[in-house]
Design a protein. Structure first.
Lengths: 341, 122
């Protein structure tokens, strides 16, 4: 797979599943993934709910499992050099030794929570500054946390070194772009290049390859693309709505900032002056109620997006998309009791 | 897809049903890596032309479950469901993994007949 490592204006992306209609478009280069995600939240990590951060989550898990007193003690024992060189004044060892020899007992306030065994270990390694000694006396809990942080950083460093050596961890997750998203980036923004078996695809290639039935003006790809392009060009972040029973959900700023506000359901209509000619059966009132109920439960406002498909249209190039029209209807449940006053 | 370290586990199945290769792959890594069910067996469903996964779920009473990956655009019918149940033998319920084009998977359990809610082992 060839990915060019430049800014988003030159990303190279691979097409998945070369038979008939491809399944999706994949980005594996880490820099490209960051570019795509940070500049408009395009795509979804295939092992994550949205942002492709599977590697970070796994590392966090490992660290959580590895923290705890016994591990910290082991860490201190095994890496005395590294821990010693962090902020330690060598003169303080002599002071500590003197204190140990004179066996002065320090009064430590009972209300402070600390781990006696750990403190003994730390002291036995001769780690303390005079400042550290004071913190052990007056605020042992804070000192304990300080040492804990040093050890955790050491553990993270070790684990990362082990993992990053093996490319397995890096190759596990990639960013997956929907065909619609990829076509938008290519056709509307022209900031990526898509490769199929190392051959670059032109806009016309993509236009022909992504549609299932090239003679059908109501092909699902076209309908979804028209809606996607429409909402994206208004500044909404558009994401798949399968989990909510709708076609798309719209975010104002992005999935990282807040939940999506609107749920979009597409209804295709054939343009006809005399009567409305729906492509599929219109959803029944019962179905509309069900969808609305689901959307209410997840605090989204339901919008029906009618896409009016022009008659006798030439589907040879993607420019025919300009002839499609959109009409929106927002659905909201009206409760006569609550709105009386 | 091929670069993923786990691809070798299911390569033969992806080659056998190339039109469903993406579905099989994505469901497999979702079950293995994200849901962390390591013990996965493969069942060949010839009439559906895909591979089903058998997983061991220790928190439920009937420990073994079957997961079948399907496309969002596939049509189902009672006839096909019946045939699938017959082919699989003694499973009373199947889990369908419905794949969305952006790699999200939604799982639905379909049981034969009316069944009480699943009991979880404590």
């Amino acid at each position: 797979m060839l990915i060019r490592n430049e800014s988003i204006s030159n990303e190279t992306i691979k097409l998945e599943n070369n038979l008939d209609v491809p399944a999706c478009v994949i980005i594996s280069n880490k820099k490209s993934i960051k570019n795509c995600w940070n500049n408009g939240f395009y795509g979804k990590g295939n092992l994550s709910r949205s942002e492709p951060d599977w590697t970070e989550r796994i590392l966090k898990d490992i660290i959580q499992k590895n923290s705890g007193h016994q591990t910290i003690i082991n860490c201190l024992r095994n890496n005395p050099k590294q821990v010693n060189t962090m902020n330690v004044n060598k003169d303080s060892y002599r002071f500590l030794n003197k204190l140990n020899n004179t066996s002065i007992t320090f009064k430590i306030s009972k209300s402070i929570n600390y781990n006696k065994q750990l403190l003994v270990e730390i002291q036995s390694l001769g780690l303390s500054l005079i400042q550290d000694l004071f913190s052990i006396i007056f605020n042992p809990y804070k000192f304990f946390n300080y040492i804990k942080n040093i050890c955790e950083n050491l553990i993270i460093k070790k684990v990362k070194q082990k993992c990053i050596k093996s490319s397995d961890l890096l190759n596990m997750e990639y960013l997956q772009l929907d065909l619609v998203e990829a076509f938008f980036l290519k056709y509307a923004l022209n900031c990526i290049s898509i490769k199929n078996k190392n051959k670059e695809m032109s806009i016309d290639n993509c236009w022909n390859k992504f549609r299932k039935d090239i003679n059908n003006p109501a092909d699902l790809f076209i309908l979804k693309y028209v809606a996607y392009h429409y909402y994206r060009s208004q500044g909404w972040i558009v994401k798949e709505g399968l989990k909510y029973g709708v076609d798309y959900v719209l975010y104002q700023k992005g999935p990282a900032f807040s939940h999506s506000e609107f749920a979009i359901s597409i209804i295709p209509v054939l343009e006809d002056q005399d009567n409305l000619n729906y492509i599929n059966k219109l959803p029944t009132v019962h179905e509309i109620n069900c969808t609305n109920r689901v959307c209410n439960q997840v605090l989204k406002k339901l919008v029906f997006c009618y896409i009016i498909i022009p008659k006798n249209i030439n589907l040879d190039s993607a420019d025919c998309l300009k002839m499609y029209k959109i009409y929106e209807v927002r659905l909201k449940r009206w409760n006569p009791d609550k709105t009386r006053n | 897809m091929e670069k993923n370290p786990l691809y070798s586990n299911i390569k033969e199945y992806c080659d056998k049903y190339p039109s469903k290769a993406y579905n099989i792959f994505q469901t497999y890594i979702d079950l293995y890596i994200v849901k962390k069910w390591k013990d996965i067996k493969f069942i060949d469903l010839k009439n559906l032309k895909t591979i089903a996964f058998e997983i061991n779920n220790n928190s439920e009473e009937n420990e073994k479950s079957i997961v079948i990956p399907v496309n969002i655009n596939e049509t189902w019918s009672i006839k096909i469901l019946n045939e699938t149940f017959q082919d699989l033998g003694n499973f009373s319920s199947i889990i369908y993994a419905i794949l969305s084009p952006d790699s999200a998977i939604v799982y639905y359990r379909i049981s034969k007949g009316i069944v009480p809610p699943l009991k979880l082992k404590n």
